[in-house]
Design a protein around this ligand. Structure first.
Ligand code: NAI
Ligand code: 2PC
Length: 329
């Protein structure tokens, strides 16, 4: 990029960074810092994004989200736009594809020249899990013994990996609507982490959630999965699913919790179902980072209602672009 970038040789060259290369460059600690900075920048007025546009594709359940954003920062500053889709039939194809697929356009913030097209699916997955980790860091300043993950799909898997990296839970429980899928994921994760019983599949949602310190809900369904009466005092929930009929948490949970968001523009556009319950959002995660609002009392149940932000994708695109140029020159 022409600002704050040492790679001036490459300034005029359009770069394509494919999935394979992105995967090679992704790093949990760098992702966490990029997402934390973008959340902070939203609260500090240094990051700009409108509510995303959602294009529905007639006669299907398919969506395309258009997510433009601008972040003003010496390290993560970027102007960009992510195109991210929800194609529910993708996982059921003969050759399965992800439900969520994404690409990011990275522009020069001074001239608007297109600098890079970056495969955005892994970036989306990693930054979403990192956003939940940032929220957990600021909302759950206590012991992290038991993590409960509801949904053994792409987001369930990446949250299990990220949260183990950042928090080192003693037990990571996994529940899925089809129990075989939870069992398969637990076996794979134990093998990858060289552990025996760290990741444990639970058949019943209630058993998975009871006594958990932190809960992640990440399914594509509209069914209620978590009941308030199962949730331990002081627990923190990362509600990751983005679904207009979102009911993974029952109404009583929202009413009994302190609910935080990632950005006001997105919340006004996409979270009316929760507002209609009479729930007032306490603020953005970035407001906790800047100190504009105080953390909740320690026995409060907290919810991070994640939508995903364009400026997280901009910061991640800038990170990956700089890493790509510095390791390929
Ligand atoms: N907040 C954010 O920034 C982002 C949120 N997401 C959201 O994460 C959610 C999960 O996405 P992926 O993991 O990529 O999808 P996936 O297709 O890989 O996994 C979906 C999971 O949901 C389960 N499921 C489907 N219908 C269900 C039902 N009725 N009841 C219970 N479980 C059900 C499936 O068994 C599967 O485990 C989606 O709602 C997506 O919108 C995805 C990316 C970013
Ligand atoms: O922020 C994001 O990339 C998405 N949120 C919901 C689906 C994809």
């Amino acid at each position: 990029m022409s600002t704050n970038n040492n790679n001036n040789n490459n300034n005029n060259k359009l770069v394509y960074i494919d999935d394979h290369r992105v995967r090679h460059l992704l790093d949990w600690d760098k992702t966490f810092k990029a997402v934390e900075k973008s959340m902070e920048s939203v609260a500090a007025g240094r990051a700009f994004q409108n509510a995303r546009a959602i294009t529905t594709i007639p006669k299907t359940h398919n969506f395309l989200y258009t997510m433009p954003g601008y972040l003003n920062d010496s390290k993560y500053g970027a102007l960009g736009c992510k195109l991210v889709s929800h194609f529910p039939e993708n996982p059921n194809r003969a050759k399965p594809l992800p439900y969520v697929l994404a690409n990011i356009l990275l522009l020069d913030p001074e001239t608007s020249i297109l600098k890079a097209v970056i495969a955005g699916t892994d970036i989306t997955n990693w930054r979403t899990a990192a956003a939940s980790a940032v929220a957990t860091k600021y909302l759950h300043r206590k012991e992290n013994n038991i993590l409960a993950i509801m949904g053994a799909g792409v987001q369930g898997r990446i949250h299990a990996i990220a949260f183990q990296h950042f928090f080192k839970f003693k037990e990571v429980r996994i529940w899925n609507r089809t129990p075989e899928r939870a069992q398969k994921l637990a076996v794979e994760l134990n093998r990858e982490h060289n552990t025996k019983n760290l990741f444990v599949a639970y058949d019943k949602a209630e058993d998975c959630v009871r006594n958990a310190d932190v809960i992640v809900t990440a399914t594509t369904g509209a069914s209620t999965l978590v009941k308030c009466e199962w949730i331990k005092k002081g627990a923190h929930i990362n509600a990751v699913a983005v679904n207009p009929n979102n009911r993974e948490l029952d109404d009583a949970t929202y009413k009994a919790s302190q609910v935080y968001i990632d950005n006001w523009n997105g919340a006004r556009s996409e979270l009316n179902g929760i507002k209609e319950l009479g729930v007032e959002f306490k603020g953005q995660i970035g407001d906790l980072i800047t100190g504009a609002i105080h953390p909740p009392e320690s026995d409060a149940i907290t919810v991070f209602q994640s939508l995903g932000m364009a400026v997280e994708d901009c910061a991640m695109a800038r990170l990956i672009y700089d890493l790509h140029l510095s390791s390929s020159s």
